[in-house]
Design a protein around this ligand. Structure first.
Ligand code: ATP
Length: 227
């Protein structure tokens, strides 16, 4: 699904964020990406979504080298990727419904189809009946679930999450992880960047570990995480 071959990212100004990174997230796989603050986790996700471009090496999605995706085609690539952020990036003056509907509006779906899909997404994240609320009226965990509903509403084959449980207590964090598992069970590939080693330890998924921009121990570094 996602393949990095000898990928490096050096930001303008000289900051080396990733160095010679190799990793492969398989089709239909759910995995964690971890590492200390500044290790390069967000940068790795930004290379997949083409928010940033690699300085060297090759990033492929479904076998396509994304260096060949020109600026005009980046929005099409992003339609296939659901992104979830720690601070959810919700539009605070828009209702829960409008926030979740946004990707579908951009894609030009009909009103009827939007209503149906948003209702389905609300149901999946357990927020049915809250569609007219503003985000401010919801708890942190509920706001995070609105962000998740927005990310999955157009059924992308790939879900990327950057610290999705950062502000949540252990019970809510586990609920969010279980939600990701249900998407993964229906075939979505999921990559979750997190500091939360406790959460990782409770799950059985492969873990990729970055340290100072380098991927540790080849592909799977479970022992490193458990130490
Ligand atoms: N736009 C940028 N310009 C210059 N340097 C940057 C930029 N973005 C990130 N960096 C640097 O690249 C390195 C990796 O940052 P990145 O945000 O990828 O780490 P991270 O593992 O996601 O950290 P955190 O867990 O704190 O979010 C850091 O040293 C950071 O300061």
């Amino acid at each position: 699904m996602i393949q990095f071959e000898q990928v490096s990212k050096i930001y303008p100004g000289g900051q080396k964020a990733l160095m010679d990174v190799n990793f492969h997230l398989r089709q239909g796989e759910m995995a964690f990406l971890t590492g200390h603050s500044g290790a390069g986790k967000s940068t790795l996700l930004k290379l997949i979504t083409v928010i940033e471009r690699a300085t060297a090496g090759k990033v492929s999605i479904n076998g396509h080298n994304i260096a060949n995706v020109g600026p005009k085609h980046v929005p099409y690539l992003r339609r296939n990727i659901g992104m979830i952020f720690q601070n959810h990036h919700l539009l605070m003056d828009k209702s829960v419904f409008d926030n979740i509907a946004l990707p579908l509006v951009i894609e030009g779906f009909s009103h009827g189809e939007i209503r149906k899909r948003v209702a389905g997404a609300l149901d999946m994240v357990g927020l049915y009946g809250k569609e007219r609320h503003l985000p401010i009226m919801l708890s942190g965990g509920e706001q995070q679930r609105v962000g998740i509903a927005r990310a999955i509403v157009n059924k992308p084959p790939l879900l990327l999450a950057d610290e999705p449980t950062g502000n949540l207590d252990p019970k809510l964090s586990m609920d969010i992880l279980r939600l990701f598992e249900t998407f993964n069970d229906s075939g979505t590939s999921v990559l979750i960047a997190t500091h939360d080693l406790g959460l990782i330890a409770r799950m059985k998924y492969r873990t990729f570990t970055l340290r100072q921009g380098r991927m540790l121990g080849g592909e799977s570094t479970d022992r490193e995480v458990m130490r």
